[in-house]
Design a protein around this ligand. Structure first.
Ligand code: NAD
Length: 481
């Protein structure tokens, strides 16, 4: 859907699919209860089966994503298979440590007890995924869901039908549907699933649909992880290594033709280096994609004509309001092609400065002072990522301290997604909760507080509340406060 538009009303669902949803949900109830007793060895064996299925369908995955997005195979290996397989290796190596109960020390009022935090599966989970990285954003959350002993019903995106099909096959190869099941289909399928009282909903998609998901979860008080999007800004200050900055930003913007949740959305460039930066971007884009980028095999296409039209609309609106096209600007709706495009002199009220771009259009905004950039960033909803290019550590420190974002890279872009010792997620408008590595375990399990009494001291406070109880209470107050 459009990155800012109000989501369309879901259509009604056909009866056969509605019945399958209900049947699988009911079947998963008994399985979810049984999975509470599953051992780590059993869960790791399931992850090994998932890994084997992914590897068995490796070529199919690459083909399917190419069919959906005309994405270069290298980008699919790099941005989907590599993070998935490295995440699986991480879980193999660390699940036992992440899952282990954690003893905690008694506090003074609880002397005479033993206590620990014990993880337990959430139960029945729903995973809803988007189309832009359909494989990793579906199977990525499934890894911790399975590692924690949950069942999962998965809703893939209708905009990536080939990828959805291969996902359904992979899941069928690795799991019985009473444990993990894939549902292909549109918003109506998503809406039907959201009616069900899941224990946890893990949603990746737009903030607009995220609101619908959270409202649905509220009806059953299901916990949620919302991995949303938004406009992730980049700052290039005057001290930055301009060559490295431009190369990395251009690459991250053109990866998957800009249809990446953590892509640089727009760039604030210090006025002192603005012209140099524009020139470097132009040279870099021409070197990589040629004078006419439509012919390159190294650039994905826009997912469908509607989204290509949306991007053409953003470009036309910016132009009408006086923006300058500094490079590119070509759009071919029929071939779903949008050229890597640099835009300058963009008025703040242009649509492109209001909604998530999600395509290879890059606004470059000259700034004079750090305060001015911080103010503009804080005036916008909190972003999923914020990138800072500077050789001065104090600059990065100040910007981090005065802004809020899901994650930040200093002198790098998008690499936080691959670093599984970091939580990946947004904040408020860009998301709630996080995953990857140990944070996936936190998302898909409940931390249960367990207290075991060794000495029964509580009796000291039973009625009647006479002088003895008051004396005990006074002592306790004195020792523990
Ligand atoms: P979307 O919100 O349109 O769709 C996501 C999923 O929700 C799809 O499966 C879709 O079928 C379903 N859906 C749509 N309308 C629904 C409704 N009314 N009821 C129930 N389900 C519904 O998102 P998209 O266009 O697929 O993906 C792009 C968005 O996702 C961007 O905003 C991007 O930034 C964000 N994103 C975030 C991350 C992240 O990790 N934080 C990753 C990728 C994409």
């Amino acid at each position: 859907m459009s990155q800012s538009a109000v989501p369309a009303e879901p259509a009604t669902l056909d009866a056969v699919l509605a019945a399958r949803i209900r049947r699988v949900f009911d079947a998963q109830r008994a399985v979810a209860l049984r999975l509470r007793e599953s051992t780590l060895a059993e869960r790791l064996a399931k992850l090994a089966r998932l890994r084997a299925a992914i590897l068995a369908h490796r070529a199919g995955i690459i083909e399917a994503v190419s069919a959906d997005l005309s994405r270069p195979p290298v980008e699919t290996e790099l941005a989907e298979l590599l993070p998935l397989l490295s995440d699986l290796a991480d879980y193999r190596g660390h699940l036992a440590r992440w899952w282990r109960p954690r003893r905690v020390r008694p506090t003074i009022p609880t002397l005479g007890t033993r206590a620990w935090i014990q993880r337990e599966p959430r139960g029945r989970t729903l995973i809803q995924s988007p189309w832009n990285y359909p494989i990793v954003l579906t199977l990525g959350p499934l890894i911790p869901a399975v590692a924690c002993g949950n069942t999962a019903m998965i809703k893939t995106s209708e905009l990536a039908p080939h990828s959805s099909r291969v996902l359904a096959t992979i899941v069928r190869d690795a799991f019985d549907e009473s444990e993990v099941a894939v549902f292909e289909g549109d918003a109506a399928v998503g809406a039907a699933l959201l009616e069900l009282p899941f224990d946890h909903i893990f949603f990746t998609g737009s903030p607009a649909v995220g609101q619908i998901v959270m409202a649905a979860a509220a009806r059953h008080l299901a916990s949620v992880t919302l991995e949303l999007g938004g406009k992730s800004p980049v700052i290039i200050d005057a001290s930055a290594d301009l060559d490295r900055a431009v190369d990395t930003i251009a690459w991250a913007k053109c990866l998957n033709a800009g249809q990446t949740c953590i892509a640089p959305d727009h760039v604030y460039v210090h006025a002192a280096v603005y012209e140099q930066v524009v020139e470097r971007f132009r040279r870099r884009l021409t070197r990589w994609y040629g004078e006419d980028a439509a012919g390159t095999p190294d650039l994905a296409r826009i997912v469908n004509e509607r989204h290509a039209r949306r991007l053409a609309g953003l470009l036309a609106d910016a132009r009408t309001r006086g923006a300058a096209v500094l490079h590119g600007g070509d759009v071919d709706l029929e071939r779903r092609f949008v050229a890597p495009t640099l835009l300058g002199e963009i008025p703040e009220d242009a649509h492109i400065m209001q909604e998530e771009i999600f395509g290879p259009l890059l606004p470059l905004i000259a700034y004079q002072s750090e305060e001015e950039v911080i103010e503009r960033i804080n005036a916008a909803p909190k972003s999923l990522a914020l990138y800072i290019w500077s050789r001065e550590r104090q600059v990065a420190r100040r910007i981090i301290q005065h802004t809020s974002a899901g994650g930040t890279c200093i002198n790098q872009v998008a690499l936080q997604f691959l670093h599984h010792n970091l939580p990946f997620g947004g904040v408020n408008h860009s998301g709630i909760g996080s995953y990857h590595g140990e944070w996936g375990i936190r998302a898909f399990s409940h931390e249960r507080a367990v207290l075991e009494a060794k000495v029964q001291l509580a009796g000291a406070f039973f009625p009647p509340y006479g002088a003895r109880v008051r004396r005990m209470l006074a002592l306790l107050m004195k020792w523990s406060t």
